[in-house]
Design a protein around this ligand. Structure first.
Ligand SMILES: Nc1ncnc2c1ncn2[C@@H]1O[C@H](COP(=O)(O)OP(=O)(O)OP(=O)(O)O)[C@@H](O)[C@H]1O
Ligand SMILES: [Mg+2]
Length: 396
């Protein structure tokens, strides 16, 4: 993989900015933009979108305000800083450290110094990409009430308990979501709150919005306590949230409502695996075919990323497995046993199936399904060396 570093050089003195820009240019694989700070905002990153990989700031007589503005930014909104200034000013060095400066150079800057800074930046960038990149599973019903929430909740529970994987469960059904109750947790709307604050959200701040369950699942919930619809949620906010979650967790499971639009399409686009849930009836099969064609043709999801889950499976039902295979070819099909008593009890008392009935056939089926997702994760990590970031840049 080749990566071009984006460097922003900022300062108040044109005379100092020009040679610095030239020096950086000589280093090859870097894109350099220059910001000549005149008056107005002292934050060198004000209105800079997207953020560069590093900020090279030439300290001016206004350095206190400039560094204070950088210090106030949340960690995720503050790229690595290289400060150019004159030695001997202890206050400047202290303020630079508070603003997270990585290095401090005094002019004239030697070429070797700047080359080393860029090499380190590149190494860190590559390491960051390889570090933690969650596997994203999206669960969606072909027809309301097919069991998507039950599956999302139990699969997340199994993923969290069966390994060291940090697992999150996100309830995108902001209008009718009830996942906290599946875990006997109080209804809370952490998801909408996190989306409101997403611009300043980092992995530490995210902890304030999730509800931890004893199994290890962190629930980012929806509670139908306010008039928010999933259609009101901007897609760009969901993308940002997914990026933070991908850094914080190994596995993220999303329970999607049966509505396809900007915000839900964003999840589906980035999902490593989509579980499309249906039951064995003609109406379910018809809706599943329709949903499949939306996923394939409109969202351009490749067939290999979609698993068809036949819930409440039974032999001799009106629609057989062979009918489903014929109607939805090219997709892996898995079945989950029908067990109304245990599933209802599990939801009613808020105890996931592995805790309530770990030997029941339906639980075993769910364990098998979660096992396939775990294999997915290992497979994609091996193939990409960890470079997944929810499929950003991955072919469909
Ligand atoms: N494998 C199963 N065996 C028996 N009953 C099941 C099974 N899975 C789900 N159910 C029943 O279906 C009901 C709905 O499932 P679930 O709670 O997952 O809602 P949902 O499909 O997400 O619904 P919605 O479309 O409203 O979000 C459950 O209350 C349960 O009674
Ligand atoms: Mg549901």
């Amino acid at each position: 993989m080749r990566y071009r570093l984006e460097i922003l050089v900022a300062g108040r003195s044109q005379q100092e900015l020009a040679p610095l820009q030239q020096l950086l240019h000589q280093q090859g694989d870097v894109n350099i933009s220059v910001r000549h700070i005149v008056n107005g905002h002292s934050d060198p990153l004000h209105n800079v979108h997207p953020l560069p990989d590093a900020l090279v700031l030439v300290a001016s007589e206004n350095w206190e305000a400039e560094l204070a503005a950088l210090t106030e930014r949340p960690a995720t909104q503050r790229p690595p800083l290289l400060l150019i200034g004159y030695k001997g000013n202890e206050n400047l060095i202290r303020a630079a450290m508070r603003a997270g400066a990585r290095d401090f150079f005094t002019p004239p800057i030697a070429e070797a110094e700047i080359a080393q800074f860029l090499q380190q930046l590149m190494r860190d960038k590559l390491a960051e990409c390889a570090r933690r990149t969650a596997h994203l599973t999206a669960v969606i019903n072909a027809k309301g009430g097919s069991g998507a929430s039950m599956i999302a909740a139990n699969v997340a529970h199994i993923l969290a308990t069966g390994s060291e994987h940090r697992t999150a469960l996100m309830d995108m059904d902001v209008q009718f979501g009830a996942l906290p109750l599946y875990f006997n947790l109080p209804p809370r709307n952490g998801l909408v709150r996190a989306l409101e604050q997403v611009e300043s959200l980092d992995t530490v701040a995210l902890e304030g919005y999730v509800q931890p369950h004893r199994s290890g699942v962190d629930l980012l919930a929806s509670a139908p306590d306010e008039l928010v619809s999933v259609a009101d949620v901007p897609e760009s906010r969901v993308e940002l949230l997914l990026q933070v979650m991908s850094q914080a967790y190994d596995d993220v499971v999303v329970d999607l409502p049966r509505w396809i639009g900007g915000s839900t399409a964003a999840v589906l686009e980035h999902a490593d695996r989509i579980l499309l849930v249906l039951e064995q009836s003609v109406a379910h099969l018809r809706d599943a075919k329709r949903l499949m064609s939306i996923l394939r043709q409109e969202i351009h999801v490749g067939a290999a990323r979609i698993t068809v889950v036949v819930n409440r499976y039974g032999k001799g039902n009106a629609v057989e497995l062979s009918d489903i295979r014929d109607a939805l070819p090219d997709h892996e099909i898995v079945t989950l046993s029908n067990d109304f008593r245990r599933v209802s009890e599990s939801i009613n008392i808020g105890t996931p199936l592995p805790e309530l009935a770990h030997k029941a056939p339906v639980t075993r089926d769910l364990v098998k399904l979660a096992g396939q997702l775990r294999e997915d994760t290992q497979h994609s990590r091996k193939k990409t060396g960890g470079w997944s970031l929810f499929g950003w840049g991955r072919p469909s």
